[in-house]
Design a protein around this ligand. Structure first.
Ligand code: IVH
Length: 665
């Protein structure tokens, strides 16, 4: 309960601090419940004392009136755009021109990610946010002040001394996770979804009703300025960014100054490697000549400054023809529609297939054979069809298959699932083959040198129909296969033999139980201790296992009750698959939470995680104040930045190996 105005003001300030730490610094000071309690107390006081409400109380970020239309506003100085460089040569040529013009060989460049969002102009008068506007045509934009004020990372007041008036510019964007969650929500409620985070950011920011904007996961980074009143002593872009940060504005942690063109190229390569790990989409790198004196000397051409350039990444979207829709059957029988495309170059590679996810997705996109479709390929992610641009004369919509395209078994759809499944189970050659490929894969039984192609041939020969059959293969059988030399055949037999010594977690994962991935398999092994305990566990016992919910519990329970599965498991054990029961569970790391990020050379991240778990640690996916240690390999990226900011200890691979050898001995 807040009892006085004085206390109210203090608590509002406290809430503002919480917001700043959470939304700008990404380092929460308190948990959700504590935050919510404070917010509720402030709101309760404000209801009792409406006359005392602070205009910039965080509670005021919502509750604006909807508008009929946006007012036009003139920017005090023009909002420029950027010239593009599409490759290293373009960038080098730009660098050369600027360095010649300035007669300086090695330029200091500020490098930063080019965010894929919407540009915004923020006018602060005496440190107070008085107006936010879109870019518009560069001279005149739209007044979106109310909407911008709903962004929790945007301060309404700058901290410390600042010029009496300043235009600050930045990019409003929607992080990938927020975009996915929002689209899911929109789809569930039958609303139109957004094609990509950029459109989503733009559509969400330009809502006449600020409540809608407030409900969308928007945030921003600032990257420059327009008009500034006299008397601000700032000599370079990098200084301005440091100052913005001190004023409490969100600045991208990836902003760096580099010296010379080689370092600029190296920065580009770092970000190319990092791109998929970033929490938001970027479409290139912006380079800016750092000292303002040089910027002034270089000036601008038409709409873009000479002192800055955007080196673009390969485009992730392209339009092509949808030539056919086929259906593929996965390991669990799930039938996935696949778009066969006229080959198109996108995201740096030629794409001729893309996933359509499921029948609901085809219906939502209204994608039909012959249509032009927009394809999106982000990093290593499977290319997706994101939109259909209907042809004039259209073919009929594609119907879901009623029989499995591989084995002709009936196809069914569970009432609450989007996917159709083949009911053939192991009778279906597609399911059999993908399940066996999963069984031998790296994270599972790890049979070196045996992959999808060999499995396909073995299944075709009729030698392998169940996992245990693999262990009955003979050298002669293998030698009789096409393109199989003596050495390879012997290697396969040796690899199979070697794989028999495994861990309970790997074995469980290899069985391919639905919804049981590497992590669940490890937790089951760790918490239940033995195969017998797992296969006899009832639903209630399974639900006690960390992160196992009703659906997963049901799949595990049903798997072990199916007679054919019980038979295979016994057969596998009879073939000599073994592990040390009750994995040597250390307690050196009990109570600790570790995070792994970036690449490791001597083992995979899963293997490292397994060893840490065996020492009693929890292995989590993201860094927080509670993280005990981050293991960071090359490309550790934002997790490393965050760990450093939070003071979380960081180990490289050598450090990890050294400690593992101490703890495991
Ligand atoms: S600087 C004169 N920095 O890209 C410099 N722009 O085509 C003006 N953008 O309209 C822009 N991230 O919306 C700059 N780190 C960044 C940026 C960035 C995204 C956008 C901005 C601008 C467009 C330029």
């Amino acid at each position: 309960m807040i009892g006085s105005e004085h206390e109210y003001l203090a608590q509002v300030e406290r809430l503002r601090q919480y917001d700043y730490h959470y939304h700008v610094l990404d380092e929460p000071l308190v948990g959700d419940s504590q935050y919510d309690a404070l917010l509720a107390a402030i709101k309760a006081f404000e209801v009792q004392h409406p006359e005392l409400i602070q205009a910039d109380s965080p509670t005021q970020r919502v509750g604006f009136q909807a508008l009929d239309k946006f007012q036009k506003v003139a920017h005090q100085t023009r909002m420029l755009s950027l010239d593009n460089a599409f490759n290293a040569e373009d960038l080098a040529a730009w660098y050369q021109r600027q360095s010649q013009q300035l007669e300086i060989e090695s330029l200091t460049l500020s490098c930063e990610p080019k965010l894929d969002g919407v540009a915004i102009n923020l006018r602060y008068e005496d440190g107070h946010l008085v107006q936010a506007a879109t870019r518009g045509d560069g001279h005149i934009g739209e007044d979106i002040t109310q909407n911008a004020k709903t962004l929790r990372s945007l301060p309404w007041r700058l901290k410390g001394d600042c010029p009496s008036s300043i235009e600050i510019r930045g990019e409003v964007f929607m992080p990938k996770a927020g975009f996915d969650a929002m689209n899911r929500r929109l789809a569930e409620t039958g609303q139109k979804t957004f094609v990509n985070p950029r459109n989503a950011a733009s559509g969400s920011l330009r809502q006449l009703d600020p409540e809608i904007t407030a409900s969308r996961p928007l945030t921003l980074y600032v990257y420059g300025m327009g008009q500034v009143s006299e008397g601000w002593d700032c000599q370079a872009h990098s200084q301005a960014m440091a100052q913005f940060q001190q004023w409490g504005l969100p600045v991208n942690p990836w902003v760096r100054c580099v010296q010379g063109i080689e370092a600029a190229e190296a920065y580009y390569q770092t970000l190319v490697a990092e791109r998929d790990q970033l929490e938001y989409e970027i479409d290139g790198i912006v380079y800016k000549v750092d000292p303002f004196a040089y910027q002034r000397a270089l000036g601008q051409v038409a709409k873009s400054p000479r002192w800055a350039i955007a080196r673009k990444f390969p485009a992730q979207e392209a339009v092509t023809t949808l030539e056919a829709i086929d259906f593929q059957v996965g390991r669990t029988g799930a039938i996935t529609p696949v778009a066969r495309l006229k080959p198109v170059f996108v995201g740096g590679v030629t794409v001729s297939n893309a996933t359509l996810h499921n029948m609901d997705e085809i219906e939502r996109l209204d994608a039909r054979v012959g249509d032009q479709v927009m394809i999106r390929r982000a990093g290593d992610v499977i290319p997706q069809v994101v939109r259909s641009l209907p042809a004039q004369a259209r073919s009929a919509p594609v119907a879901a298959p009623s029989q499995c395209p591989v084995c002709d078994s009936a196809v069914e759809r569970a009432p609450d699932e989007a996917v159709y499944r083949c009911t053939g189970g192991w009778l279906c050659a597609a399911q059999r083959q993908t399940s066996l490929t999963h069984f031998v894969s790296k994270g599972a039984m790890n049979v070196d040198g045996v992959g999808g192609k060999l499995i396909e041939a073995l299944v075709e020969q009729g030698w392998v129909t169940r996992p245990a059959d693999l262990y009955r293969l003979t050298l002669d059988q293998l030698l009789s296969m096409e393109r199989m030399g003596e050495k390879s055949a012997a290697n396969v037999i040796a690899a199979l033999e070697l794989s028999k010594k495994t861990t309970l977690a790997r074995f469980l994962f290899a069985l391919g139980i639905r919804e049981v991935g590497v992590t669940t398999a490890s937790t089951l092994a760790q918490e239940l201790g033995s195969l017998d305990a797992i296969r006899t566990a009832d639903i209630e016992r399974l639900l006690d296992v960390t992160d196992v919910g009703p659906v997963v519990a049901e799949h595990i329970y049903r798997f072990f009750r199916a007679p054919e599965h019980a038979a295979w498991v016994s057969d596998l054990l009879a073939q000599g698959i073994h592990w040390s029961e009750a994995a040597p569970q250390g307690d050196q790391l009990a109570g600790q939470t570790w995070v792994l990020s970036g690449g490791l050379e001597s083992m995979t991240r899963d293997q490292a995680g397994e060893r840490l778990r065996a020492l009693g640690a929890k292995v989590a996916g993201s860094v927080s104040k509670k993280t005990s240690c981050l293991v960071a390999g090359p490309g550790a990226g934002s997790k490393l930045t965050k760990a450093e900011a939070l003071g979380v200890p960081v180990l490289d691979e050598a450090g990890l190996l050294q400690r593992l050898s101490e703890w495991e001995s």
